[in-house]
Structure formats: structure tokens, C-alpha cells
Design a protein around this ligand. Structure first.
Ligand code: CA
Length: 496
């Protein structure tokens, strides 16, 4: 399998760390950001093999793209988006032109990358160019938010066709100018730190990836970390969205969708794993997701803020928050999330019930982003000194345990393709001096990476560690050597 983007990024990160205070723009991998070359290659192989869940999601995406081929631009010189509460009819009517065009542009762009058919690329290009050349004014009090959650669909489409030879650099620069002049200033001017800011962070990271502006990208990563620390309370609720009455659960989704999508871009571009990052005040994305998941998964009536929540009952496909948890089931390998979303596949995105078009552009076709290879630790090829036992981790199953200093497990023929820059490990340890060494071929082979594991506090509490690796490419016999004390760490699984 192909892992070009991760290897390339690994080099870029290493390079940037040597170029302290360099202001030079660093080129990202394109197609990249939230949908990567690796995702496309991985998913293509699954579609070719007609495997679930990718095959049905791909069919849905292609149907959207084929409908998109018939769309002609709805761009206007002035695009007005009135306030959703004071003028709901005007708000929906104002969004519709971009809802139609963003869906057509994004789905055709993606279809182009999967099929190579330039008719799709040309449609995406024409729609993007039309907005960039026709629209010169975006007005209305909801313009900052709607451009961040909806017009970002054009940026996502642009990212996917950035390397298409039929889209000229002149046209690409015109699009960059349009986003800069008509959207970016509005996103920067957002004052509130609720979901508006989350969408701004996500849209800006998407844009700075597209424009290879690593300096501005880094500033938004810092803002994102501040937002994780300050917008989530100690229980995992999102403080500003608890006050939204019957829509409080909707707004929790509408905050978590862009926060997580932003974290995905950061992970793919820099290797920094904000999904598994805990802020200085103990806040984390997973804390918020798990708190929210309790209520969406059969406990809506227990929601403690506001009255009866606006929430689909029964849940249906393409209704929030299944798109979010489809993506998060992959990221966290969480079996509870997986069980929740499985009945609603294929999941393509959250549909606006007013228009029938996609409402926002964070986790689009999330099933097509399922591209992680998971290895159960207990499925080793060989070992020394360890035992396999039941794990107390979520989802149950088995773990590798009783790991003393210099014990090891190994896995033959791990296929890292063209290279990976991170491996995620699921582990528990009551120790504070536990280290894993990752080596190639033997316990004394080339060191691919090592990690000092943060203590989880007990042998039944699990965390996920993201371990940067170098030289992890092609087929390797992966050795994991446990270091530190008489009982180092229990391993449940790892992903790459
Ligand atoms: Ca396991």
C-alpha cells in the first residue's frame, strides 16, 4: 500500500526542526490535509476488492459526482447570508447556491482522484473558478460562519485538484485571492469562541495547507490547542454550547466536527496527534467526544442542559452526528463508536433537512477515510517473556502483558508501504519509566523509534501513544522491545 504522504511529511518535519525561525513556506503534500494520497490509494484497493464499508460509500460518492456533472455555477457578484434565527427563510435561501455548488465541486474533485476521469476535474475547476471570478462581495451577519463551514467545501475541492494540469496557476491564484479577500478576513474577525471559532480554525488550516503557508498553519495549530483547553469543560461538555436550549446537542456536534477535522489535518501535516493530546488543564478531544457520545447513544432524554433536544429519533443515515462518529471510530479504534455508526452506512455527510444538500464540509464521505491498519498486539509472530491475557480496555479482547525489561514481541511482514511517520500504540502501565523500542529485523536491529510512555495510573487504564518513526517503509519484521523495570507496559493493539 502507498504511504507517500506520511513519509514525505516526516522528512518535512525533520527539515523544519532544523530550520528554526525560518519564514520560508514549507510545501505540504497534495492531495493532503484531511483526504490524503494514502487514503485514496488505500480506499481504492478496498473498492477494487468490493469490500465493506468502502464499496457502498464509494458508490454514494460517485452518484453525487455524476449528479454534480450536471450542475452549472450559482455564483453571484454579491452573496448574502442573513442570520439563521432572525431570517431563517432568507438564511436557507442564501446558503442554497453554495450548497449546490460545493457538493458538486467536492464530489467531482474526489471522483476525479479515484477514477482519473478529467470530466470530473473540469467540473470542479469550473465551479471553483466561477466563484473566484464572479463573486466580489459576501454579506449578511452569518457570512463569517457559513463561509467557514460551507464555502470551505470549495477549498477542499481545490486541494484535491491542485495537481490537475487542467487547472492553471493563474486560476489557482485567483481562487486564493478570492478566499483571502472575501473569506479569510471574516474568519479572522470572529470574536466569539464557540463553534464559529472552531469552523474558522478548520477552514484556515484547510486554506493554509492548500497555500503551503506553514507559518500561518502553525499559528492556527496553537489557536486550536488553546481552543481545546478553553472551550471544553472538566466533564467534557462544551461550555458555550450548553446554553443553546433545544439545540445544545446539535451545537456540540457542530463544534466537535470542525475541531476533530482540524486535528486530522494537523496530524496528517505535522505528525502532532491532537486527538490524543491532553491540555494543560486536563481537557481533551476524547473527553468531549465520550461525554457527548453517552447522550447520543440512547440517552438523549438525560441531556442535562435545556429541554427536549432536537435530535433524530430514530436515527437515520446522513444525519448528524453519525458522520462525526464514523470518522472517530477509525481514529480511536473505538468499538462503541463503531457499533453506533455501523447500521447507518453508507455515511456520506450531514444533510441539511431544509435543502437536501450537505450542510457543512468537515467529515465528508468519512467512510472513505477509513485507511488505518490495526494489529492486535497478541497476534505476534513470536515473543520472549510475555504472556497473553484478557484486557480491561474498551472493546475487550486480549493484551500482551507481564512485560519485563528486555522482553519483546515481534510481527513479521508488517507492510509500511512507501513509509509511515507515526505508529499509534494502545497501552496501559502503572509505571512511570516504561519505554518501548521499535526495531527492524531483530531486538538489536535498526531503531525505528522509541517512546517513553506516560503512566496511565493503573494496569486497567489505557491510553494511546503516538510514536514518531523513521525508516518505517516497505516490508519490515517489527520488533517491540520493552524497557524499564520488572513490569513495563501492557499492549492491546497498534495502528499505522
Ligand atoms: Ca488486543
Amino acid at each position: 500500500m502507498m504511504k507517500i504522504r506520511k513519509f514525505t511529511i516526516g522528512l518535512a518535519v525533520a527539515l523544519s526542526s532544523m530550520m528554526v525561525f525560518s519564514s520560508a513556506a514549507m510545501a505540504y503534500t497534495h492531495t493532503g490535509g484531511i483526504t490524503t494520497e494514502y487514503d485514496i490509494a488505500f480506499t481504492s484497493s478496498k473498492v477494487t476488492a468490493n469490500q465493506s464499508p468502502w464499496n457502498s460509500a464509494y458508490t454514494s460518492m460517485l452518484a453525487d459526482a455524476n449528479a454534480g456533472l450536471l450542475v452549472t455555477s450559482h455564483a453571484t457578484a454579491t452573496w448574502n447570508i442573513p442570520n439563521a434565527y432572525s431570517d431563517p427563510t432568507g438564511h436557507q435561501a442564501g446558503k442554497l447556491p453554495m450548497e449546490i455548488d460545493a457538493k458538486a465541486a467536492y464530489s467531482t474533485a474526489l471522483a476525479y482522484r479515484y477514477t482519473g476521469n478529467t470530466a470530473y476535474a473540469n467540473k470542479a475547476r469550473d465551479l471553483i473558478n466561477s466563484w473566484a471570478t464572479t463573486n466580489t462581495n459576501i454579506t449578511g451577519s452569518d457570512a463569517p460562519l457559513v463561509t467557514a463551514y460551507l464555502a470551505v467545501g470549495l477549498i477542499k475541492a481545490a486541494e484535491i485538484i491542485k495537481g490537475y494540469s487542467g487547472w492553471s496557476s493563474t486560476d489557482q491564484n485567483q481562487f486564493i485571492a478570492w478566499v483571502t479577500n472575501e473569506c479569510l478576513n471574516k474568519w479572522d474577525a470572529i470574536g466569539q469562541r464557540n463553534n464559529w471559532w472552531d469552523w474558522s480554525l478548520y477552514a484556515q488550516l484547510s486554506f493554509y495547507h492548500f497555500t503551503d503557508n506553514s507559518t500561518a498553519f502553525a499559528a492556527e495549530v496553537a489557536n486550536l490547542k488553546t481552543q481545546i483547553d478553553t472551550s471544553i469543560d472538566s466533564q467534557g461538555f462544551i461550555t458555550d454550547e450548553t446554553t443553546r436550549g433545544a439545540n445544545a446537542m446539535w451545537y456540540h456536534y457542530f463544534a466537535l466536527a470542525p475541531i476533530t477535522a482540524a486535528a486530522e489535518i494537523v496530524y496528517n501535516d505535522t505528525g502532532e496527534d491532537l486527538y490524543n493530546w491532553t491540555s494543560p488543564n486536563g481537557k481533551s478531544i476524547k473527553l468531549a467526544l465520550d461525554k457527548y457520545f453517552y447522550y447520543v447513544n440512547g440517552h438523549v432524554a438525560e441531556w442535562p442542559y435545556g429541554g427536549t433536544q432536537n435530535f433524530a429519533n430514530p436515527m437515520v443515515a446522513n444525519k448528524w452526528p453519525v458522520d462525526l462518529f464514523e470518522a472517530m471510530a477509525e481514529v480511536y479504534q473505538d468499538p462503541n463508536y463503531e457499533s453506533y455508526v455501523a447500521p447507518y452506512r453508507p455515511i456520506t455527510a450531514n444533510v441539511n433537512s431544509n435543502s437536501g444538500y450537505y450542510l457543512s464540509y468537515s467529515w465528508m464521505y468519512p467512510t472513505l477515510l477509513k485507511s488505518t491498519t490495526k494489529v492486535e498486539a497478541e497476534n505476534y509472530s513470536g515473543q520472549s517473556g510475555i504472556v497473553v491475557a484478557a484486557t480491561a480496555d474498551v472493546g475487550g479482547g486480549s493484551k500482551v502483558g507481564q512485560t519485563a525489561n528486555n522482553d519483546y514481541v515481534y510481527y513479521n511482514n508488517v507492510n509500511f508501504g512507501s513509509g509511515v511517520s507515526n505508529i499509534r500504540f494502545r497501552y496501559a502501565t502503572a509505571n512511570t519509566n516504561a519505554t518501548l523500542e521499535l526495531r527492524s529485523g531483530s531486538t538489536t536491529g535498526t531503531l525505528l523509534g522509541s517512546v517513553s510512555l506516560a503512566g496511565t495510573g493503573s494496569w486497567t487504564s489505557y491510553k494511546t501513544a503516538t510514536v514518531p518513526v523513521t525508516g518505517a517503509s516497505g516490508m519490515k519484521n517489527l520488533y517491540i522491545v520493552f524497557k524499564g523495570g520488572t513490569s513495563v507496559a501492557d499492549l492491546n493493539w497498534f495502528t499505522y
